[in-house]
Design a protein around this ligand. Structure first.
Ligand code: GAL
Length: 922
């Protein structure tokens, strides 16, 4: 398979016949990509400030409109089993308000391959009067906001009603954003684009009262050409209306302009949107072939003759160009007809390339390709495209090979929300998540179930994470009444191509997923035909990476799995609902499927795209403890439906899932499986199975606030076998359990451990084959301390002691970082712990903690990781949940200075943390 890709890529390069010259030229000092220099050929301006926001359609005008007719949602539903069979789309006849679809569809034309199928904008303007899209409208009463902005995260939480699935936060309904654009007269004749990294959802973009275009899918990035509607030489008005439907997702989608928005100004002849594609068709330690394709758009009125110069640079760890170009190539002149796009290709060979690969065994080295377009000798455009040089191969028997080395996928699934910050993307918050996962030993993330903020991929590239990039959670069949299935027929091609074109230069991405647990698993050949069409699109856009789709139902003898390159199984590897209590249900029941798929597809690798979906609430331990190493959740069996918490003995999972222990055993018994993506790395807003009265999930290895649950150490013990570590649970503060059986479980990267309770040995135990924890289920509780000593190969390897705490007496605070950038975006995550008078952590404390911030920063959110908490995330105080509270502090833009964060609580000795904010780069 891989060879075919390589051959295809090679053919592409050799057939184009472009003159190449590999020589060394002096580096130019700056790269124009993010410049604000007005004379630069391309400007890419961040448009994140200066916005005014209005929730709902304002009064006046008749701007109530829809993208398209859609089924009416009369009764909301909640708590549908996650693996329920998706249903057929409902048919709707007509809308009682104007629909804008005919004006929006042309915005996706660049992603429709067949020119005959592209859309023409109707000659007439839409029958919508939107005075608030015009320059004259007075928006001084609207709220000033800075992007990225998620208006729904402010709540309030919808404490009752069927809203658990979407996080008990109202994300639906229209909302408007307005911003003035000052367009200089000097920009007359230039192309001016709005580049939106993500808008949730059904965006319609208005310029000076005209509808310029839009994009329905809330997770994709898109470009709208503003040029026809702008008037250079003064103020222009940009207005964006979003219309997030209710019942549009199985999780919290967020709402608003929740990612960056850019204004890109270019000459008429310029590099097209995501127009540079880099591949590395032949890679060895000695040399690497680097090939590129550049789309040159000519939006001028006459044919243009263009040359493309390509310079290759090494990037340093922070992604900055380091030193001189390592290669340079100049293309022969190409003529691009007016209104057309030409392709200029080239390739060069680098000797001794610094390869990109995942730590700890490899390093994520990167390069950048700087593309300069000249028209008649004049520089008209310049872009920078980071990339990496590596080989990635999925092997049916060995799993994933990166640069020839077998790398087991130690991955997690994550949704896009950032907990208390909502869906508004923040690079530091995402980086912190990846750091926490890295410390656990994770090397991969599945971006379930939609394209991420592009900055997340930059982080993954820089940190060396392997990424599964996924486009859809539904195709033609629906999971929720107003999810993507409504527009799948019209938009799947544009959305899939847009994702791949945007993301295909990221070395971190190793595979494309065309869908998650789609309903078409159930529709035999018809479903397989949809998969085939999507696979073909993916292959056209990127012949270098395989495709997969995550299957929880399709079996090896069904038509769907044959359509993708890599078999993605959700939960089926361990078997689904095998316990006797599921006998006779109509839910999915499956014995372990790895061997069956491996036999049926001897040439296809298998990945566990979702494993576990185990549940727990951090610091909550419920008794009795189930005797087996994997169990469903019920009251008295890991569950507490009254308190809506799940026991953190880490044995309990969703009905169709399995504990980590059970997953590990299956992977070890079937070593050809490439690895797993655990459902999930972090808790996320919405889908709070098994307690839909809550606001956030229970499946995270790490809670919503970013505090590791016990399970974190179970994964660490497996994923970082060389790290001497041992972790013991539960806590040892049980005044009501004196004399009662209180099981003690231990996770260690060692192979053996001895447990002591108040100095008395409870015995030394060794892990048996396919066992991943050590259990002492017969320990009697007495206050004092528990010590565990772990051994590896007979030698002491690690030890840990847990002590009984007294009454809460003081607070301790720690920031994840104390040196911050004064850019208005950088964050410090301050963890506050309640301790007793001797400093012993109080593991059950629920004391209220109040934060105060002095200096050039603000407390933007607080959280405690409790899935049942309906306290606003923006509150400056919060009750501790099992001893911990988080405060998120954001710097203010400016000169910076010392920041003092205070944490206080009634009857508790308060504490402070000092941070220093400095201008970026200092
Ligand atoms: C899977 C699904 C995920 C999530 C998970 C919860 O079936 O693909 O999106 O719903 O279950 O356990």
């Amino acid at each position: 398979m891989q060879d075919t890709h390589r051959r295809a890529a090679r053919r592409l390069v050799t057939t184009l016949g472009i003159a190449l010259a590999a020589s060394l030229l002096p580096a130019f000092p700056t790269v124009a990509a993010k410049s604000i220099d007005r004379a630069a050929p391309r400007r890419h301006l961040l448009l994140d400030d200066g916005w005014r926001f209005h929730a709902g359609d304002p009064d006046g005008g008749s701007a109530r409109y829809l993208y398209d007719v859609r089924p009416e949602v009369t009764a909301s539903a909640d708590g549908k089993v996650a693996d329920a069979r998706p249903e057929e789309a409902a048919q709707v006849a007509r809308a009682d308000v104007p629909v804008l679809k005919p004006w929006i569809l042309p915005s996706g034309n660049a992603f429709i391959r067949d020119p005959a199928r592209r859309y023409k904008r109707p000659a007439a303007e839409p029958a919508v009067d939107a005075p608030f899209a015009r320059l004259a409208f007075d928006d001084s009463g609207w709220r000033p906001v800075v992007l990225p902005h998620d208006w729904a995260i402010e709540g309030p939480f919808l404490a009752t009603g069927p809203y658990g699935g979407m996080g008990r936060l109202k994300t639906w309904g229209p909302a408007w954003y307005r911003r003035k654009l000052d367009i200089s007269a000097a920009d007359r004749g230039k192309k001016i684009f709005l580049d939106v990294d993500g808008a949730m959802s059904y965006a319609s973009v208005w310029v000076n009262g005209h509808l310029a275009g839009g994009w329905p899918y809330g997770y994709n990035s898109f470009r709208i050409d503003l040029t026809p509607w702008l008037q250079p030489g003064g103020a222009n008005q940009l207005a964006i209306r979003l219309d997030n439907p209710p019942e549009s997702a199985r999780w919290y989608p967020g709402a608003g302009l929740y990612r960056n928005v850019w204004l890109t100004t270019t000459a008429p002849v310029h590099v097209g949107q995501w127009g540079v594609t880099v591949t590395t068709p032949d890679v060895s330690a000695a040399s690497a072939r680097v090939a590129w394709r550049v789309a040159v758009d000519n939006e001028g009125g006459a044919p243009a003759s263009a040359t493309v110069t390509t310079e290759l640079y090494a990037l340093d760890e922070r992604g900055r160009i380091a030193g001189k170009p390592v290669a340079t190539a100049v293309s022969a002149p190409t003529t691009v007809a007016a209104g057309a796009s030409g392709t200029v290709s080239g390739a060069t060979t680098l000797s001794k390339p610094r390869l990109w690969g995942p730590p700890p065994t490899q390093q994520p080295h990167r390069y950048a390709l700087v593309t300069t377009v000249r028209q008649d000798g004049r520089v008209v455009d310049r872009t920078e495209t980071p990339f990496g040089i590596r080989t990635v191969r999925f092997d049916a028997d060995r799993g994933l090979l990166v640069n020839g080395e077998h790398i087991p996928l130690r991955g997690v699934n994550n949704h896009h929300d950032l907990g208390a910050l909502g869906a508004a993307f923040n690079a530091r918050a995402a980086e912190r998540q990846l750091e926490i996962l890295r410390t656990m030993g994770a090397n991969a993330v599945r971006l379930s179930h939609n394209p991420p903020d592009p900055q997340l991929l930059d982080l993954a590239d820089r940190m060396g994470f392997l990424v599964l990039d996924e486009i859809f959670d539904s195709w033609e069949r629906k999971k929720t009444p107003l999810d993507f299935h409504l527009i799948f027929p019209d938009w799947h091609e544009q959305d899939l191509r847009a994702m791949i074109r945007r993301d295909r230069n990221h070395p971190s991405i190793v595979i494309w997923s065309i869908g998650n647990e789609v309903g078409e698993q159930y529709t035999g050949k018809a479903g397989a035909a949809v998969a085939r069409a999507l696979h073909r699109i993916a292959r056209e856009e990127d012949p270098t990476r395989p495709t997969t789709t995550a299957m929880n139902y399709a079996k090896s003898d069904m038509p769907l799995p044959a359509e993708v390159d890599v078999i993605g199984l959700n939960y089926q590897g361990e078997g689904i609902r095998q316990d006797p209590e599921f006998e006779g249900t109509d839910r999915i029941r499956t014995p372990p499927q790895y061997p069956l798929f491996h036999a049926r597809f001897p040439d296809k690798a298998i990945v566990s795209t979702e494993s576990a979906s185990a549940f727990s609430s951090r610091g909550v331990y419920l008794f009795p403890v189930h005797p087996t190493n994997s169990s469903i959740v019920r009251d008295g069996r890991g569950g507490d439906s009254a308190g809506k918490q799940v026991s953190a003995y880490e044995l309990y999972a969703v009905d169709f899932g399995a504990s980590a222990d059970k997953v590990f055993a299956q992977l070890d018994r079937n070593p050809y499986v490439a690895g797993e993506f655990v459902w999930t790395g972090f808790d996320y807003l919405g889908e709070p199975t098994p307690y839909y009265d809550a606001r956030s999930s229970y499946s995270g290895i790490v809670d919503l606030a970013g505090f590791p649950k016990d399970r974190y150490y179970l994964y660490q013990s497996r994923w970082r076998p060389d790290l001497p570590m041992v972790h013991v649970l539960p806590h040892w503060t049980w005044p009501e359990r004196v004399g009662q059986i209180t099981p003690v479980h231990v996770f260690t990267s060692g192979d053996e451990a001895e447990l002591f309770v108040n100095g008395t040995s409870q015995g030394r135990r060794k892990k048996a084959p396919y066992e991943y924890r050590l259990r002492w289920d017969d320990v009697t509780y007495a206050p004092g301390e528990v010590t565990v000593v772990a051994y590896k190969n007979g030698r002491e390897w690690a030890r840990e002691t847990v002590k009984t705490a007294g009454a809460p007496a003081a607070l301790r605070a720690q920031a994840d970082r104390t040196a911050l950038a004064s850019d208005g975006r950088d964050l410090a995550f301050v963890t506050v712990r309640v301790v007793d008078k001797d400093g012993v952590p109080a593991p059950r404390a629920r004391d209220r903690v109040r934060f105060t911030v002095e200096g050039p920063a603000d407390l933007v959110a607080t959280d405690n990781g409790d899935a049942t908490s309906f306290e606003p995330f923006q509150a400056q105080d919060k009750a501790a949940f099992n001893g911990l509270v988080l405060g998120i502090v954001r710097t203010r833009p400016g000169a910076g200075g010392t920041i003092t964060v205070r944490a206080d609580g009634a009857g508790l000795k308060g504490t402070i943390v000092k941070l220093l904010s400095k201008p970026p780069g200092n």
